[in-house]
Design a protein around this ligand. Sequence first.
Ligand SMILES: [Zn+2]
Length: 46
Amino acid sequence: MLEPPRFCESCGRRMAVTVSPTSWSARCQEHGIVTAISAEGPIAGT
Ligand SMILES: [Zn+2]
């Protein structure tokens, strides 16, 4: 299981990390959601 990043890779700000049983996401105030689970991620466009 991957560890969610605590800081934005782009700006280094601390991100709000949300962890769910199967995945996680990290949101930067500046860049929005910059990182999300890559495998089996629920976040997908239409
Ligand atoms: Zn950022």
